[in-house]
Design a protein around this ligand. Structure first.
Ligand code: NAD
Length: 489
């Protein structure tokens, strides 16, 4: 099969048709496992974004807007079934494009299908309310689509992020313009083919690949867009919010984190250990909810460090298609960022507790970095504060009265981020005290990530962003509430 893509990746998808972008220009797409050219994608421009927004608006006024909620749901369920049927092919595309080991890409494809299933099933179950009001009135609320929604997506989990944001937006009857990341576009484009095949009316989904500062900026500043959802870096998220402010539209931002897993001495360490490591190295650490800080109560710190180190030593790193534990990072730029952090660790005397080996046989052009466990670290160290977005975890000890609860909380809450936290303890009171005082959007007790938790609202506080995706809550974010008051006597 080699690096066969299976479709022309150099086109934009507008009004239900594949066509060459307005500029005719393309961008190269590279395989991070070996640095080789995979294919070319369209370099979308303002003209393409204009056409996509117009097509979306026409869909709202035409066939897409005329469907009932149940009919929209059925189309999403068909898209879900097609996604599942193609899970192996999607996983292969993601392996080539993102450098994601095949089984991790397959899990993403299955997750995308599940998002489409969840939102397909929910499409006709979002109800308004009647409100007890003044005599002689009947008052009620209805939920309406925003209109044209813009979706700016990163390269790390294209399928999952498209599933959760485009899936929910379509369920509520919005028409979407999707701008995938320039580093990884293939599964977004494959999603366009799935939509066509499932019978999604033309214009309900439009896809404009291209550079962030071109196609992305054109979309985020477009006056025809009524809602923006963005996942990516804090710096770009702030630009998106500023652009949304210019048009006074709502925006959902998911901007990553520095998420802790907190291990108390009474924890079931056998249960915790796989989660402690996997949540740091999954997708080569390029996960917004990566558990990049491991906080451990001092009496078990050495044991946890030793047992995590054993797991690190066993990690196998290699090309995505070899389907090992860890693949490459997305790009030479990301590799340089991660290596820069490792250099800071070295220069500041941060101790390497374990480092996975990079085999000599790795392709020279690949973007590989060694998964690295650093311990012990001060909570204020740069590597314990900044998002690295690579397979690097720091361990921080804590102690004090009441098993160090107060210190653990101060460390956990002591970064600019607040996305996810994990707590490992058998003490029920401590579980709830910690969960209530952690400043973040999700807390997992004696697990981490709940296996993806498509049903569970997800999002952050502070620099991790605002708004909630996933679960039923996302349907409220992708709709606008209208109140109707009827005076009848
Ligand atoms: P990024 O924020 O630059 O890119 C994300 C998306 O935004 C891409 O589609 C990109 O084309 C688009 N974009 C970029 N500039 C834009 C602009 N001016 N206007 C509109 N859209 C624009 O992220 P990145 O460069 O891919 O990664 C940089 C860092 O971001 C990473 O190191 C990581 O810390 C973080 N990140 C976080 C997540 C997450 O899931 N929260 C995902 C990817 C990256």
């Amino acid at each position: 099969m080699g690096k066969h893509i299976g479709f022309d990746a150099s086109q934009v998808f507008i009004a239900g048709r594949w066509r060459t972008g307005a500029s005719g220009q393309t961008l190269p797409l590279l395989d991070p496992s070996d640095g080789e050219l995979l294919t070319h994608i369209a370099r979308g421009t303002t003209a393409d974004v204009d056409a996509a927004v117009n097509a979306a608006q026409a869909a709202l006024e035409g066939a897409w807007g005329a469907l009932t909620a149940a009919e929209r749901g059925r189309i999403l369920l068909k898209m879900s079934a097609l996604t599942l049927q193609r899970a192996d092919e999607l996983a292969r595309l993601e392996a080539l494009d993102v450098g994601k080991p095949v089984k991790q890409g397959r899990a993403d494809a299955v997750a995308m299908a599940r998002y489409l299933e969840f939102y397909g099933g929910a499409a006709d179950k979002v109800h308004g309310e009647t409100i007890p009001f003044a005599n002689g009135y009947t008052a009620l609320t209805i939920r309406e689509p925003h209109g044209v929604t813009g979706h700016i997506v990163p390269w790390n989990y294209p399928m999952q992020i498209i599933g959760r944001s485009v899936g929910a937006a379509l369920a509520m009857g919005n028409a979407c313009v999707l701008k995938p990341a320039e580093e990884a576009c293939l599964t977004a484009l494959a999603f366009g083919h799935i939509a066509l095949e499932a019978g999604l009316p033309a214009g309900a989904l439009n896809i404009v690949p291209g550079l962030g500062e071109e196609a992305g900026a054109a979309l985020s500043g477009h006056r025809g867009v009524a809602h923006l959802s963005f996942t990516g870096s804090v710096a770009v998220g702030q630009l998106i919010q500023a652009a949304a402010a210019q048009n006074t539209i709502p925006v959902t931002l998911e901007l990553g984190g520095k998420s802790p897993q907190i291990v108390f001495a009474d924890a079931d360490l056998d249960a915790a250990l796989p989660f402690l490591v996997n949540a740091g190295i999954q997708n080569c650490g390029q996960t917004c909810s990566a558990a990049s800080r491991i906080l451990v109560e001092r009496p078990v710190f050495d044991e946890v460090r030793r047992r995590m180190a054993e797991r690190y030593a066993a990690l196998r790193v290699g090309p995505a298609m070899d389907d090992l534990d860890v693949g490459p990072v997305i790009s030479p730029r990301q590799r340089d960022i991660v290596q820069g952090f490792l250099a800071i660790a070295r220069d500041t005397g941060l101790q390497v507790a374990a480092q996975a080996r990079l085999p000599a046989s790795l392709p020279a052009g690949g973007c590989y970095v060694p998964p690295t466990l650093l311990a012990p670290a001060e909570a204020s160290h740069r590597l314990a504060q900044e998002e690295i977005f690579g397979p690097v975890q720091v361990m921080i000890p804590f102690d004090g009265p009441n098993h160090g609860e107060a210190e653990a909380l101060a460390i956990a809450n002591g970064t600019n981020y607040g996305l996810v936290a994990g707590v490992w303890t058998r003490d029920g009171g401590r579980q709830l005290r910690m969960a209530r005082q952690l400043h973040c959007g999700q807390v997992f007790i004696n697990n981490y990530g709940a296996g993806g938790g498509i049903e569970l609202p997800f999002g952050g506080v502070k620099h991790s962003g605002h708004g909630r995706e996933k679960g039923f809550e996302a349907l409220y974010g992708f709709s606008s509430l209208k109140t109707i008051a009827i005076k009848h006597d």
